[in-house]
Design a protein around this ligand. Structure first.
Ligand SMILES: Nc1ncnc2c1ncn2[C@@H]1O[C@H](COP(=O)(O)OP(=O)(O)OP(=O)(O)O)[C@@H](O)[C@H]1O
Ligand SMILES: [Mg+2]
Length: 334
């Protein structure tokens, strides 16, 4: 039997116009550089990667919305490139939540419009809408009767998922389905995703949230710069950092200087390092993966480096390895 989704050697370059000093120049961005993976029926496969890794580009190619430069994408055995109509019949897609709905129509009216567009027979339509709305909890939050423009982000997400489920598809592709949602709404969507996979659907989900990937996904492919750099079940991936420790340091200071510290840690200490910004506090979080016996040396080195560069160490701790460390290990060197 065909896998639910199969992607082979996808390559996609975007040409963007950049303003030069005298005239316009063109620059090429390699969004996908030989992306390959498979998703089976009954499993949730998570494409986990940082901003700009190529997740949305991959999702768009699989969903027939974008053509690759080379490579193949199949859904239910049909080619997304040569048989887009076949693919659309067995695929439900949830892309960016805000797009493609009618702002003046209610949730149910939107679903009715898209159901008709998808060619669902009139006799079945209302029942399909009811099922999709019930599964996603549209009625509970009142999103069925509310106009799209008046909905909260959580309601819009439920509606977008309901639309993806209208045709009762065997395969689902969800691009960051919980982005920006509050914990209860995110939880609701995650449990529905698991439930659908339990019923035999093949589901591809993209996320940059490691906690989410670990909770929902049966298998995870870590995507960095348009390529899978590690793949496996959450357990298999975590085994890669077994016996390692991570030093987590919260720093306060100009980002450029914090980047200097991260780069120096990679080159001078030979450890993997990843840097994230905490929007709420303005702190920078540096995570370094090293052998347990080196944590003391690594910590002392960081404190001294930070002091030299005039960056403040706000907090410091050593943690057990998590999925995030696998990410740091494979992506932090890239
Ligand atoms: N329409 C476009 N034109 C030009 N460049 C693009 C276009 N869409 C994406 N890119 C570039 O391609 C790369 C991959 O983008 P993509 O949106 O696929 O990443 P992503 O993993 O979905 O990121 P995010 O987590 O931010 O959603 C990025 O460098 C992005 O700037
Ligand atoms: Mg994206």
């Amino acid at each position: 039997m065909h896998p639910a989704i199969e992607v082979r050697d996808l390559v996609k370059k975007y040409r963007i116009r950049v303003r030069g000093l005298l005239r316009r120049r063109y620059e090429e961005i390699e969004a996908l550089r030989g992306l390959s993976f498979k998703v089976d029926y009954g499993e949730v496969y998570g494409l986990l990667g940082p901003n700009g890794a190529g997740k949305t580009t991959a999702v768009k190619i699989i969903s027939t919305l974008l053509l690759p430069d080379s490579g193949e994408a199949f859904v239910c055995g049909y080619s997304s490139i040569r048989e887009p109509y076949k693919v659309r019949e067995c695929l439900g897609v949830m892309l960016s939540v805000e797009r493609g709905f009618f702002w003046k129509l209610t949730g149910i009216e939107n679903l009715r419009y898209f159901g008709t567009l998808y060619g669902i027979p009139r006799g079945e339509l209302e029942e399909r809408i009811r099922m999709a709305a019930e599964l996603t909890g549209l009625y509970e939050v009142g999103a069925d009767q509310r106009r799209f423009e008046d909905m909260s982000l959580g309601m819009k997400a439920r509606l977008a998922l309901a639309r993806a489920l209208l045709r009762d598809p065997r395969v689902l592709v969800l691009d960051e389905p919980t982005l920006g949602l509050d914990p209860p709404s995110a939880r609701r969507i995650r449990s529905l995703v698991k439930e659908l996979a339990g019923k035999g659907r093949g589901i591809l989900l993209t996320t940059h949230n490691m906690f989410e990937a670990e909770m929902v996904c049966d298998r995870i492919g870590i995507i960095v710069k348009g390529r899978i750099v590690a793949e496996g079940t959450p357990g298999e991936l975590k085994a890669r950092v077994k016996g390692k420790s991570s030093v987590v340091v919260l720093l306060r200071g100009p980002r450029e200087r914090v980047e200097v510290i991260a780069d120096a840690a990679r080159s001078e200490l030979g450890v993997s390092a990843s840097l994230t910004d905490e929007a709420s506090t303005g702190h920078h979080r540096l995570r370094l993966v090293c052998d347990p016996e080196s944590t003391g040396r690594v910590s002392a080195w960081i404190v001294e480096k930070a002091f030299t560069l005039g960056v403040r160490v706000v907090e410091w701790r050593v943690e057990e390895p998590t999925l995030e460390d696998v990410f740091v290990e494979v992506a932090g060197r890239a």
